[in-house]
Write a protein that binds this ligand. Structure first.
Ligand code: ATP
Length: 238
């Protein structure tokens, strides 16, 4: 398993939000995590990437127990986090944002970095003519592409993304998700938190449904999309 989460508990101070999450993702697998507002999806990603302390349970990354690792050590061990709302550095150029992403790269020197950049440009060709542009002047979709490309610069084994489709037009959502599908086909492991269940179901290998800090359903998207609990609760509006 690239990522194996067992009995994970986390929260904010005394507020317990996650009550024993189990989640696995194999190499080259794209796992979508869906659920209503406040289910704890963002909290799960924060705990996975070391931004929030894990209060109980374990996280293994490619067989290594990384429970309790901080964000930087996790990044070096092979986990990259693309946070909600992109969070690119607006006054820096696109290329400088990418260079910062490579700062915690797992292995290899500058040649690898150039390769990682080429790979990101191949994935998102519309970033290439914009390398010297301030990241804050990119469109929302382009900023999302940059945020993903920046995460890839660290050459992760596992990429976790928080709502990459938020605020984007349907065409761009399609573009982003097809890029995620390509990364998966190249062997990257992805965990994608999404409100847009329809987009997630179209590309995911497996789906976990969260509700109030627990995984309440788990399975392959074809089976889950006909489950009345999913179609009624999460697919209805999307
Ligand atoms: P959404 O889809 O709306 O982003 P989510 O599933 O990602 O929701 P979380 O953001 O993980 O849910 O929130 C889960 C719970 O944790 C909510 O009840 C929320 O109010 C609470 N919470 C989130 N961030 C904090 C924080 N910094 N301090 C205290 N409570 C928080």
């Amino acid at each position: 398993m690239s990522l194996e989460v067992r009995g994970l508990h986390a929260g904010y101070g005394r507020l317990a939000v996650l009550h024993g999450i189990d989640l696995t993702a194999g190499e080259g697998e794209l796992v979508a995590v869906i659920g209503a507002n406040g289910a704890g999806k963002t909290t799960l990603l924060r705990a996975l990437s070391g931004l929030l302390p894990v209060t109980a349970g374990t996280v293994h990354l490619a067989g290594t127990d990384v429970t309790g690792y901080g964000p930087e050590k996790l990044a070096r061990t092979g986990l990259a986090h693309v946070p909600e709302n992109r969070l690119v550095f607006p006054s820096l150029t696109v290329v400088d944002n990418l260079v910062l992403g490579g700062y915690t790269r797992r292995r290899g020197p500058a040649a690898d970095r150039a390769q990682a950049r080429d790979r990101a440009m191949a994935l998102f060709p519309r970033l290439e003519p914009r390398l010297e542009q301030a990241a804050g002047t990119l469109s929302g979709g382009e900023q999302q592409m940059l945020a993903i490309a920046r995460g890839l610069m660290a050459q992760p084994r596992v990429l976790v993304l928080d709502e990459p489709s938020v605020g984007l037009a349907p065409r761009l959502v399609g573009e982003i998700f097809s890029a995620l599908g390509k990364l998966r086909d190249d062997g990257l492991t992805l965990v994608v938190v999404e409100q847009n269940a329809r987009a997630a179901f179209a590309v995911a290998d497996r789906v976990s449904v969260m509700d109030r800090g627990r995984v309440v359903l788990e399975g392959d998207p074809a089976a889950l999309s006909t489950d009345p609990r999913v179609s009624g609760g999460f697919l209805g509006g999307g």
